[in-house]
Design a protein around this ligand. Structure first.
Ligand code: FEO
Ligand code: CA
Ligand code: CA
Length: 535
């Protein structure tokens, strides 16, 4: 993709250029390594877990709705369903209050999206409606005269990508016989490239077009899947990729070199020589974490993919030419990348507890990974894993793993998922207790899903504070900060997901009354957000 902006400038106006400059001497121990004294005595009063059908925030925080499922974004397009990852890309360093907001749309709930009641065969129109509601939205956003963010529906550039959008592969060979795929779907979390495009990750692709059994070659669906295959035929190999989108043009490409799995996210670092490192996790029980290191500056297609071996603290190469065991089991590098789950175990990849989001600590450079849970193994509450690359080099092939925080009653959170560091190095994260498990058994004390912060400095440094509680059945996802750190964009995904029908709803958020629930993006602001960053 083109690089419309000098990379250093881009990072600077994201506010990342001066981090680490204001560090004070350590005082005492915290999960961050050492506690840094605050520059004032600001502190937050967290909230208790809550089971109300409402979006509750701690004192010092407020939110405004930015956009909801079904809202028009232009004369021809509407906002999709189940919004997840968000990424704010400002237009210009001199005006951080205007830019693009990318939003993922992960999956559909047919009872809401196509009013499919499960009683007879879904019509083609219903399938097309569902296909339109996944993918992503490119939004032009700005602050209005009242200092509130709004979607500028009259601006050029608002558009949708969805399950009917044609997208080429960035690879030298066809994938399942084609150089292009139809559609992007299962778009969970993502990342931002140094040249200002976004990466959107196709996670649970098998729930749309199934998965091919490697032994038999048959495509298998969980149940009947969504039934899209009754009207359309697309190979499963066309999904499960990291997709790059240029927000200015809407052009997209699927990056085969980053491998194919249930990608949760793709977190990018640029090396001093311009080469690119991408961390990505495969969110399923007993699956792996990967790292791509490019061989050329600015490339997401030329380089080597590695899998994490936590036992030995080593990144194991998935290079077909260098691994005889891959040559014995697969026909080519392309097949290794398509069948990443099988190939990664052959070279020693560690089976982990559902790797979700990955973020890089802006103060120490450590790599943080949410391991949300692994119920069959008895891990109900998950943890946040920390990897320290050898000598702080992102292209190192050795690392030291450790647990940053473990979920459970002691820490007050369970099932960590999306994370974001703000410009001051405070860690924000959300929880994803599944709708059917929430408020019951092991999970009862945590109540609805939440938003949490781990302050970096001051008297609360290193403690876990709950600052938000989600509506019934919902999870918070897609945390991202505006350039000035004064707004936290956040998705509210799948409110009312466990409703048995439209006449028996578990949530009516956000409108209340007699409304059906609608996923939405909110803008969080307030003295709590700003006070923490000023510590
Ligand atoms: Fe879409 Fe793993 O969350
Ligand atoms: Ca997630
Ligand atoms: Ca999750």
């Amino acid at each position: 993709m083109s690089k419309p902006m000098n990379r250093r400038k881009f990072l600077d106006f994201l506010g990342k250029g001066t981090l680490g400059m204001a560090l004070m001497p350590p005082l005492m121990s915290s999960p961050f390594g050492s506690t840094i004294p605050g520059q004032n005595n600001f502190s937050l009063q967290g909230i208790r877990p809550c089971a109300e059908d409402d979006l509750r925030l701690a004192d010092g925080f407020q939110y405004d709705l930015l956009i909801r499922w079904g809202d028009p974004i232009s004369n021809s397009d509407r906002f999709g369903y189940n919004n997840d990852y968000t990424a704010f890309i400002p237009d210009d360093p001199s005006n951080p209050h205007s830019g693009f907001l990318w939003v993922n749309h992960e999956y559909v709930d047919p009872k809401f999206v196509s009013q499919y009641d499960g009683k007879k065969k879904k019509t083609k129109e219903q399938v097309k409606t569902e296909m339109y509601n996944v993918g992503g939205s490119i939004l032009r956003v700005k602050k209005d005269d009242n200092d509130q963010w709004m979607v500028d529906t009259n601006a050029e550039g608002n558009r949708r990508l969805h399950a009917l959008t044609e997208i080429p592969f960035n690879w030298h060979e066809p994938i399942a016989g084609s150089k292009t795929a139809i559609g992007t779907l299962a778009n969970c979390s993502g990342g931002i490239t140094p040249w200002g495009t976004i990466l959107t990750c196709e996670e649970n692709y098998d729930s749309f077009w199934g998965e091919r059994n490697f032994e038999t070659g048959d495509v298998e669906y969980a149940g009947r899947g969504l039934g899209w295959q009754e009207y359309y035929e697309h190979p499963p190999e066309h999904y499960g990729w990291v997709v790059e989108v240029d927000l200015k043009t809407g052009k997209a490409q699927k990056h085969v070199a980053l491998g194919r799995c249930a990608h949760e996210c793709a977190t990018v670092k640029e090396l001093p020589d311009g080469r690119i490192v991408v961390y990505t996790g495969d969110d399923a029980n007993n699956e792996c974490i990967y790292k791509f290191i490019s061989s050329k500056p600015g490339s997401l297609s030329e380089g080597t993919l590695y899998v994490a071996n936590l036992r030995d603290g080593r990144w194991e190469s998935l290079d077909y030419e260098k691994q005889p065991i891959l040559q014995e089991n697969f026909k080519s590098q392309t097949e290794v990348l398509i069948r990443l789950r099988e190939s990664s175990k052959l070279v020693g990849g560690s089976r982990l507890d559902r790797p979700e989001d990955i973020e890089i600590d802006p103060v120490t450079g450590a790599v943080f990974i949410s391991l949300t849970n692994n119920k069959p193994k008895g891990n109900f509450h998950g943890s946040i894993l920390k990897l320290e690359e050898e000598n702080g080099r992102y292209d190192s092939l050795k690392f030291k793993p450790g647990t940053f925080l473990a979920g459970g009653k002691d820490t007050g959170f369970s099932c960590p998922d999306n994370m974001a560091f703000d410009g001051a190095g405070n860690l924000w994260f959300t929880s994803d207790i599944s709708g059917r498990a929430m408020n019951q058994g092991e999970y009862a004390t945590f109540k609805n899903n939440g938003l949490f912060v781990v302050p970096r400095r001051g008297t609360q440094a290193g403690s876990v504070l709950q600052v938000g509680s989600a509506p019934n059945d919902a999870e918070f996802t897609g945390l991202s900060f505006a350039t000035d750190g004064k707004t936290l964009f956040m998705s509210v995904q799948h409110p009312g997901e466990t409703s048995s029908s439209l006449s028996n709803l578990t949530s009516r958020w956000p409108e209340g009354g007699n409304s059906i629930p609608r996923p939405a993006v909110v803008c969080i602001s307030g003295s709590g957000l700003e006070g923490l960053q000023a510590l």
